[in-house]
Ligand binder design. Structure first.
Ligand code: C5P
Length: 265
């Protein structure tokens, strides 16, 4: 495939491949570099994630999705890792990046983990638990955490200006001046969801290879978009098993997340 770089190594007859998604821009992080190249205690985020994948002992090879134009920086960031690594240019959406990576799966691969570089600290134990939970019968496994906040659904209508103004008027003096709160950040509650039935879903997500490939084929044919891979697999009618996630596997999205991640190390 064009634009891919492969570092060969030995693979088991039945192999688990991890697709490490790292082709995002990191716009919300406010960094000049792609998020996966940002350093945490001197180590690029993508390297921490790749090392934890291999440390799990269940991953035979890793395919990294790379932001277009950053191939050299990513191969340098993962330099010296002994296990098999392949780099492929990502696409416009996360889903497009993963579709590119799926075309590089080796014949012996029978399980696929999809993991976001944005969750570099997902512990090796969690990675192994997800991979080991995928069996001939259980074709899709994801980690999920109970939700601590009450989650509400909002109406699709924007909040009426009078309500928004009333709310802003109650802000303590010196906080956000009314003019700086984007209108889209103000919403109206439609209904409160049953928190006990909700989970905050993390990565890595583990799949039987054929199931994941079929889910992507189906998504391509039907134009389906999902924010994670389990969403695409569920659309096929395949049951998705949720195992306990880890609070350490937090997703680095904003500068605050990055500061927390740097503190934790
Ligand atoms: O943007 P967000 O943080 O939700 O992205 C989740 C993960 O998907 C990140 O690790 C990001 O690098 C990756 N991604 C990708 N290709 C894209 C967009 C995001 O590999 N086009």
């Amino acid at each position: 495939l064009a634009n891919s770089v492969s570092i060969p190594g030995k693979l088991a007859p039945m192999a688990t491949t991890a697709i490490l998604t790292a082709a995002g821009s990191g716009t919300r992080l406010g960094a000049k570099l792609p998020k996966a190249l940002v350093l945490i205690n001197g180590v690029p985020i993508v390297r921490v994630a790749a090392e934890n994948l291999f440390a799990s002992g269940v991953v035979d090879d890793v395919i990294v999705t790379v932001p277009p134009g950053f191939m050299d920086q990513f191969t340098a960031a993962l330099d010296g890792i002994e296990q098999p690594l392949t780099f492929i240019e990502g696409g416009e959406r996360r889903q497009d990046s993963i579709a590119n990576a799926l075309r590089l799966l080796l014949p012996q691969c029978n399980k696929v983990l999809v993991h976001d570089a944005a969750r570099p600290f997902a512990p090796p134990e969690l990675i192994a638990a997800v991979a080991n939970a995928v069996t001939a019968q259980v074709k899709a496994v994801i980690p999920g955490l109970p939700v601590v906040d009450t989650i509400v659904q909002t109406t699709s209508e924007p909040a009426p200006p009078d309500r928004a103004v009333a709310w802003l008027g109650e802000l303590p003096a010196g906080t956000s001046p009314a003019g700086t709160v984007p209108k889209t950040d103000i919403a109206v509650l439609a209904r409160t969801l049953d928190r006990a039935a909700l989970r905050a879903v993390q990565t890595p997500q583990g799949f039987d290879r054929e199931t994941l490939v079929s889910a992507y084929q189906n998504a391509m044919e039907t134009g389906l978009t999902a924010t994670d891979d389990a969403g695409l697999v569920a659309a096929l009618g395949v049951p998705v098993t949720i195992i306990p996630g880890s609070p350490v596997a937090l997703k680095i999205t904003t500068p605050t997340d990055l500061a927390v991640a740097r503190l934790e190390r």
